[in-house]
Design a protein around this ligand. Structure first.
Ligand code: FAD
Length: 404
């Protein structure tokens, strides 16, 4: 009998760390490893709002997979996953098919517009490097067009961001730094360019401590970001949001519209016949799909229950990397007939950036951090990931080295 074949789908945080850990935990004669990803590069999803605003170059936010995963040890397949045929232990790719003995599904998220009329068609979304690059280029085009046009329309300079969660707030924080730069570059009065964040809930950043939310709002508003809370978007038109319903509507016009208000698990899961709850699979404690002995589901594709609180842990890069640790240990246990372990979340806190020079969040047992200490912590978190993936060399190549 040949070596067992372990196939990892998706080279994001969960997929890259699982592959890295399997390379460390298993000798080449113990298992064949395969990593499948849409592109030949891995990108940092947590930096995409910076790529979209144009404050980080897309090449800093991505790296060639073969630079961090040894292709002599892991077969790298650059192709798109179309479907998993779990009854036949096969994965259908756009250009071929592969078989597996053990499968890890870590294909990340897709945008969820909750059926808001026109949102999918008319708004940009921050989902990967290309979609983020398009936003950056579109914003720059709007400013360039305005500066050269004879009949100027100030609405072209408005950037509307739907959703005041983590991504939306981090994005407007970056825009608050980028927009003054663009105004200077295109000789435009700063007061003409508006950045507006629209959130349906009574306050932005649900789940964050009230003091942190107040800090974030003040920091953003001081830099010219308009925050509209309790404002439900009923429609997204080509160049506007309609807020409210019936007679009580308001239209906000803009040259750039970005939706950051919701994500869901990759639709490959439902296409492949997994049982889905709100777009994701609720996994067992050991990170396997229910009823599947040889399939693990990680990262933004999985709901992992926090049994103490009776609800799932929030989907984050931090959690995705920890899923990878549990999954790789359990794969080794499966190969050797050992007992499987349950996932235990080690919450190291959450820090949200508000631009390059400001941030806020919690670390270690809910200790609150603001301003420069939070900014430095955010960069430590980013660089730590690079260290885990590729050691000090990768930090020097791709890291955020200016600490504040
Ligand atoms: P991803 O990292 O998204 O990776 C999925 C991979 O699958 C990608 O490489 C993709 O190309 C590939 N893929 C997708 N579909 C296919 C297909 N059909 N075929 C082949 N390959 C495919 N979390 C934090 O902890 N801290 C933060 O500060 C933070 N900030 C964020 C900021 C932004 C702008 C966003 C969008 C998210 C942020 N998050 C943050 C959340 C975090 O990024 C996600 O929870 C994390 O990326 C999940 O990891 P993953 O491995 O499941 O998916």
């Amino acid at each position: 009998m040949g070596k067992p074949k372990i196939v990892v789908l998706g080279a994001g945080y969960a997929g890259m760390m699982t592959t890295k850990r399997l390379m460390q935990k298993l000798r080449p004669e113990e298992a064949e490893l395969v990593l499948v990803n849409k592109h030949n590069y891995h990108y940092q999803t947590t930096w995409l709002h910076e790529v979209a605003a144009g404050t980080v170059n897309q090449n800093q936010a991505r790296m060639m997979i073969s630079d961090v995963i040894n292709p002599n040890r892991v077969s790298l397949i650059y192709d798109e996953v179309v479907e998993v045929k779990k009854d036949a232990n096969r994965v259908v790719l756009k250009n071929s098919e592969i078989t597996y003995d053990y499968l890890v599904i870590s294909l990340g998220f897709e945008t969820n517009t909750f059926g808001i009329k026109g949102m999918e068609k008319n708004a940009f979304s921050i989902t990967d490097i290309e979609s983020s690059r398009m936003i950056r280029e579109h914003i720059e085009y709007q400013f360039a067009k305005y500066s050269t046009s004879d009949k100027k329309n100030d609405d072209d300079l408005t950037i509307l961001v739907g959703g005041g969660g983590f991504t939306g707030i981090e994005f407007v924080g970056e825009l608050a730094e980028k927009v003054p730069e663009l105004c200077k570059k295109y000789d435009i009065d700063r007061s003409k360019a508006r950045i507006i964040n629209v959130e349906a809930a009574p306050r932005i950043l649900p789940g964050f401590n009230e003091d942190l939310v107040a800090y974030a709002k003040k920091s953003l508003q001081d830099r010219g970001v308009e925050i509209r809370e309790g404002a439900k978007i009923s429609e997204c038109k080509k160049n506007s949001f309609v807020i409210g319903e019936g007679d009580e509507t308001e239209e906000i016009k803009a040259g750039t519209i970005v939706w950051t208000g919701g994500v869901t698990g990759n639709s490959i899961l439902s296409k492949s016949g997994f049982e889905i709850t709100k777009g994701k699979v609720t996994v067992e404690g050991d990170m396997r799909a229910p009823g599947e002995d040889n399939i693990f589901i990680l990262g933004d594709c999985a709901w992992v229950m926090n049994k103490e609180e009776g609800r799932p842990f929030p989907p984050t890069a931090q959690a995705a990397m920890q899923h990878a640790d549990t999954c790789s240990s359990n794969l080794k246990a499966l190969l050797h007939g050992g007992p499987l372990e349950d996932f235990v979340f080690d919450d190291k806190g959450t820090v949200a950036s508000l631009g390059e020079k400001d941030a806020m969040g919690t670390v270690f047992d809910d200790h609150l951090l603001y301003g420069t200490s939070a900014t430095a912590m955010k960069k430590v978190i980013d660089n730590r990931y690079l260290f885990l993936l590729g050691g000090p060399k990768l930090i020097l190549k791709k890291g955020k080295l200016r600490m504040i």
